[in-house]
Design a protein around this ligand. Structure first.
Ligand code: PLP
Length: 373
């Protein structure tokens, strides 16, 4: 029996290898970073770390481990005060911290939409949203990416309570959701809009919901701290009743060890550091403009730190990535099953710390690659 299982697993792995899509863990590369989500460079910013270390020195109790669920022994005065801090920063009623964005999405979508409700999902929403939906008894319907007409036709046909799930900045496309128009549509049909801001948080102020003053029109927002915020963890932002409901009914919140104080302290530290260093956002926008001036084909929005360069075909994509890596430039090859076969792309993530020379080298090589075909 055991051998059967092993044989089945090995077969699945060798099928993937044959298709050129086997995933492997690789060490972080020492070259130019065009692949991480550390858009503002906070994850390795010495001044940011020094600031955190100074407060840790005065508060060594923050090094205590999580010890248990927030509902048992894992809650702390620091976590509560950081949640109040986050809510005030985002001008929302309450915030609830999670150990990761994946878990925040699991909590929201597994817990809020009920049987006979319908969740309308942008076809490109993140896997964590899809997995949350799988844990819910609600119906699930996809609508075409950023297509308000298609979403409206789905809303018009759907009976019962509707939820709409979108990202404000899409992780594999690098384009933006029409948030304002989505809010209008949600209001027209009495639907509840949930926005995942994983890639917008920090890059565009406190995210595009906050930037667009949409807090009151969005039912709940997920912000994550492992990307531009250079830390780890996530928060759900919403009304007090929603947060109290999640604390009572969301299994991914209840049945896991609470976020340790060190994580909460890092999150608050990085908000404050970023507020004191607005030039980091300007540096990033400068790098994005520099990249965009090269005029490469892209699926992404203007001003987006994620530039998705279409490169259909797994072998062709691998060749493009290797050409860049041979020169020490590290990008991310987006392949199936993350995207549909035929829509492979090279994801170039831009950072405040990328030099103009690196960007120039990258765009020159990509142009040569495209011209050679
Ligand atoms: C759009 C989106 N949502 C949620 C997540 C999950 O966030 P975390 O990495 O904090 O689990 C990611 C991570 O890649 C993401 O891209």
């Amino acid at each position: 029996m055991r051998d059967d299982v092993q044989a089945h697993l090995s077969q699945a792995l060798s099928d993937r290898e044959e298709q050129g899509i086997l995933r492997k863990l690789r060490m972080r590369q020492p070259g130019a970073d065009f692949y991480s989500n550390d858009y503002l460079g906070l994850a390795s910013n010495n001044a940011c770390h020094e600031m955190l270390l100074a407060s840790l020195h005065d508060n060594p109790q923050w090094l205590r481990g999580g010890t248990g669920s927030r509902l048992v022994s894992g809650n702390s005065a620091l976590t509560l005060s950081v949640e109040d801090f986050i809510a005030a920063e985002h001008q929302t009623e309450r915030a609830l911290l999670f150990p990761s964005g994946y878990m925040a999405n699991l909590a929201l979508f597994s817990c809020l939409p009920k049987r006979n409700d319908t969740i309308l999902l942008d076809e490109f929403v993140h896997r964590s949203v899809l997995d949350g939906c799988r844990l819910s008894f609600a119906g699930k319907i996809r609508f075409q990416h950023n297509d308000l007409g298609h979403l409206e036709s789905r809303l018009a046909k759907t009976k019962g309570k509707c939820w709409i799930a979108v990202e404000s900045l899409y992780s594999m496309e690098g384009d933006f959701a029409p948030l304002h128009d989505l809010a209008v549509l949600a209001e027209r049909y009495g639907a509840s809009l949930i926005v995942d801001e994983a890639h917008a948080m920090g890059v565009f102020g406190h995210g595009l919901v906050c930037d667009g003053h949409l807090q009151e029109r969005v039912f709940a927002t997920v912000v994550t701290y492992g990307k531009a915020m250079g830390a780890h963890g996530a928060a759900i932002l919403s009304h007090g009743t929603v947060i109290d409901y999640l604390i009572n009914f969301a299994a991914p919140f209840i049945y896991t060890t609470g976020l340790p104080d060190l994580f909460a302290a890092t999150i608050r530290n990085n908000y404050i550091f970023l507020q004191n260093n607005p030039h980091l956002r300007e540096d990033l926008q400068n790098r994005i403009r520099y990249f965009s001036a090269a005029g490469l084909p892209t699926l992404s929005g203007a001003g987006s730190p994620i530039q998705a360069i279409p490169c259909p075909g797994i072998a062709r994509l691998a060749a493009a990535k290797e050409t860049l890596e041979a020169q020490g430039l590290y990008t991310f090859a987006v392949r199936p099953p993350t995207v549909k076969s035929g829509s492979e792309r090279l994801r170039v993530s831009l950072h405040a710390f990328n030099t103009h020379a690196e960007i120039q080298q990258l765009t020159d090589l990509l142009k040569e690659f495209y011209d050679a075909e």
